[in-house]
Write a new protein. Structure first.
Length: 218
């Protein structure tokens, strides 16, 4: 009986371990992390212009009064001077200038560094979640073993092969592993929420995915 119980649990282990994938969770985090989204927007703002919209952002109309001018005589004999007016289009900064390119490169490097930092931290938290999940599987396996052993010992006591005291030690182990399972379930729940927070306002789908209750859709 004990062996059959353990074999049955062993068949479940790959399913539990593959409930979620780090790569999919990480891709989702990078796509929706609020810090990374802000950096992407900032980097895009510094990208050298290449469209009409960006050209217009750096372009303005101007009207100037030049010095000097032309004189004219009115019918009553008085003389007036008219200042020449110059109108045109002015580009306020050089398009794709070295300064723009340098600023864009600096923002891009900063964005890459932030992506790497978020990636490293989220993977560390995912690894901790994996460890808690593995510990839970181990504790559940122990619990099943002690439960099966308890039934086996009870049967031996009923048949007179052993004294009732043999049940006490096994019962203590069963109680201890049950407490460990509850603790790990709390830790797993908290760790899932911590990982999900990397996705900002899109944390709920990630939390559901980590708990095996849904798929991620980008």
């Amino acid at each position: 009986m004990i062996r059959q119980t353990l074999i049955g649990l062993a068949c479940l282990l790959p399913v539990i371990a593959d409930a979620w994938e780090e790569e999919r969770a990480l891709t989702y985090v990078i796509a929706y992390n609020p810090l990374l989204r802000a950096h992407r927007e900032l980097t895009a703002a510094y990208q050298p212009p290449g469209t009409l919209r960006r050209v217009m952002e750096h372009t303005s109309l101007f009207v100037r009064l030049a010095s000097g001018g032309s004189e004219s005589t009115t019918e009553d004999g008085s003389t007036t001077t008219a200042a020449p007016v110059t109108a045109g289009i002015q580009v306020t900064i050089p398009l794709a200038s070295p300064k723009e390119q340098r600023e864009f490169a600096e923002k891009a490097v900063t964005e890459i560094a932030k992506i790497d930092a978020v990636r490293t931290q989220s993977l560390a938290d995912m690894a901790k979640l994996r460890q808690h999940e593995a510990d839970l599987v181990a504790a559940q396996t122990q619990q099943a073993f002690y439960q099966a052993k308890s039934q086996w010992l009870q049967d031996r006591v009923n048949k007179g092969y052993d004294e009732a005291e043999v049940l006490w030690d096994n019962s203590q182990k069963l109680t201890a592993v049950a407490a460990e399972i509850k603790k790990l379930q709390v830790l797993i729940d908290a760790q899932r929420k911590q990982v999900a927070q990397f996705a900002g306002d899109q944390w709920k789908p990630l939390l559901a995915y980590l708990a095996g209750r849904g798929e991620l859709r980008e």
